[in-house]
Design a protein around this ligand. Structure first.
Ligand SMILES: C[S@@+](CC[C@H](N)C(=O)[O-])C[C@H]1O[C@@H](n2cnc3c(N)ncnc32)[C@H](O)[C@@H]1O
Length: 200
């Protein structure tokens, strides 16, 4: 049993975590198609993305996380729309030009970011949220800086995508304080583009 299996089994990591409001805001703008949730855990992103009409591949190494995720999907009535894949993301064969949306929450796939970008279709969307290195007094996220992004690191990662949203902030949710970055970007090019109308 891995450390993550243990965290999910004992409930020390949320078993029904909410998707980020920024993802929820952009979801209606993403054309229906195929989606990939990288390091899905218990399905934080996979469930709402499936509920929005996408066929989702959800990948994680944790058997226990995927077991809980399946239960959550069954309760949400979206189990038929999600393929759960137990795999090591360090060596995962990301298929090229396949996904209209890729979501990544609280997993830092730095070496594989080029493959993840390759896996997007033309016009495909990428959503990333992850912990930041910070001077704020936070208790959420990895204990050291090694697995956190530096300020603007994600923005400057040279993904070659059009950035539609980027923010860095410290927030307290359910008693846990965390500094996080949120990125929404699209595989689109050109100095004159059409932009999604996401309201206010
Ligand atoms: C902080 S949790 C985030 C889970 C989910 N995205 C969420 O936001 O609730 C990190 C997840 O990454 C998974 N993970 C870590 N390293 C991995 C690897 N090499 N291959 C596959 N999954 C991995 C863990 O099993 C865990 O579910």
């Amino acid at each position: 049993m891995t450390t993550w299996d243990e965290r999910y089994r004992t409930g020390t990591y949320p078993q029904r975590p909410d998707p980020h409001p920024v993802l929820e805001r952009y979801l209606p703008a993403v054309p229906d198609g195929r989606a990939l949730d990288v390091a899905t855990g218990t399905g934080r992103n996979a469930l709402p993305v499936a509920a929005a009409g996408h066929r989702v591949d959800a990948v994680d190494q944790s058997r226990e996380g995927l077991r809980i995720a399946r239960e959550n999907a069954r309760e949400a009535g979206v189990e038929g729309d999600i393929e759960w894949i137990q795999a090591d993301l360090d060596s995962f064969a990301y298929p090229a030009a396949t996904y209209d949306l890729v979501t990544i929450s609280f997993y830092r796939p730095v070496d594989r970011l080029p493959d993840i970008v390759e896996s997007l279709t033309d016009g495909g969307y990428l959503f990333v949220q992850h912990h930041l290195r910070t001077t704020d007094d936070v208790d959420g996220g990895p204990s050291g800086d090694r697995y956190r992004f530096a300020s603007n690191e994600l923005l400057r990662a040279g993904l070659g995508l059009t950035v539609l949203h980027y923010d860095e902030r410290t927030t307290t949710t359910d008693g846990t304080t965390a500094a996080t970055a949120q990125l929404v970007a699209r595989k689109s090019h050109g100095s004159r583009q059409s932009y999604p109308d996401i309201g206010e």
